[in-house]
Design a protein around this ligand. Structure first.
Ligand code: CP
Length: 309
């Protein structure tokens, strides 16, 4: 039985296969409409979510399966003090696969150690968000036609942004990847990722504070929101929250073939006037999130699919 805790749980070859499957699903959705008939997905969300929970549910429904779950800790027996390990033992009696989001780093890992069904990490604290990374990889590959030889700008809250941490871990395995890390000093990428992931893999990167300085050299600009829920005090959040605002003026500095991604939700960091720019790809990214989660569910449930037919 396989779980998904980190993007590194899949080899590059396995990831390529998963992304190929997602592309086939996009092209021929009817072929997969009953692939999960009789299967149940449980979504166990101890933290708020719109996209991750509903896209997992949409994915299972598109595959002909069924869904159940809770969308906040308050509406589950966690509010009465039930542990994650007891909860997953219980859910294993009801469902065939589950997706868990939790504010504590490592909680989905605890779940998978006590689970008899595949567990998908749907985001754990400031640590990892592997299904967002699968979404990002599929989006980049579809937009640019490759995952190699690219300069990726990561902008905003690089300290607490788990989507950024997961994406860096995944992309360093491809040839010719360079990063421009765009953040205020206080929200720099954590030292353990700079050292253990970037330096250890000899990945070229530079750190800049001004978004304008980075824009002309990017193939992808990955914007992130400042993670209010991870700040210790409101004052620091208020000081940081509007540090970056991508607007039409700044987009003039970007190459014609640079795409803007954002895991969403957006707060103020991308002005709505950018939404009509053909390079704004964040809502296309949302759609890719459904295809890739369909591919993930099929893969973790080991449901055979023939991409040739
Ligand atoms: N991208 C993402 O994780 O969005 P949600 O918080 O809405 O799930």
């Amino acid at each position: 039985m396989r779980h998904l805790m980190s993007p590194l749980d899949f080899s590059v070859e396995e990831l390529d296969k998963l992304l190929d499957l997602a592309q086939d699903i996009e092209a021929k959705p009817e072929k997969y409409a009953h692939a999960c008939a009789g299967k149940k997905l449980a979504t166990l969300f101890y933290e708020p979510s719109t996209r991750t929970r509903l896209s997992h549910e949409a994915a299972m429904l598109n595959l002909g399966g069924s869904i159940m779950g809770f969308s906040s800790a308050d509406s589950s027996s966690a509010a009465k003090g039930e542990s994650v390990s007891d909860t997953i033992r219980t859910i294993s009696c009801y469902a065939d696969i589950c997706a868990m989001r939790h504010p504590k780093e490592g909680a989905p890992m605890v779940a998978c150690q006590h689970s008899s069904i595949p567990v998908i990490n749907a985001g754990d604290g400031g640590h990892q968000h592997p299904t967002q990374t699968l979404t990002d990889l599929l989006t980049i590959r579809n937009l640019k036609g490759r995952l190699e030889n690219m300069t990726i700008g990561l902008c905003g809250d690089l300290k607490f942004g788990r989507t950024v941490h997961s994406l860096i871990n995944a992309l360093v395995r491809y040839e010719g990847i360079r990063f421009v890390l765009i953040s205020p000093e206080e929200l720099r990428l954590p030292e353990y990722i700079r050292h253990d992931v970037l330096d250890r893999n000899s990945i070229p990167y530079e750190e800049v504070v001004r978004l304008e300085d980075a824009m002309p050299k990017l193939d992808i600009l990955y914007m992130t929101r400042v993670q209010k829920e991870r700040f210790f005090n409101e004052e620091d959040y208020v000081r940081m929250k509007d540090f970056y605002i991508l607007d039409r003026e700044k987009m003039k500095l970007a190459p014609e073939d640079m795409y803007v991604l954002h895991p969403l939700p957006r707060v103020n960091e991308i002005s709505v006037e950018v939404d009509d720019d053909p390079r704004a790809a964040y809502f296309r990214q949302v759609q890719y999130g459904v295809y890739v989660r369909m591919a993930l569910i099929l893969t973790l449930l080991d449901i055979p699919v023939d991409q040739q037919s």
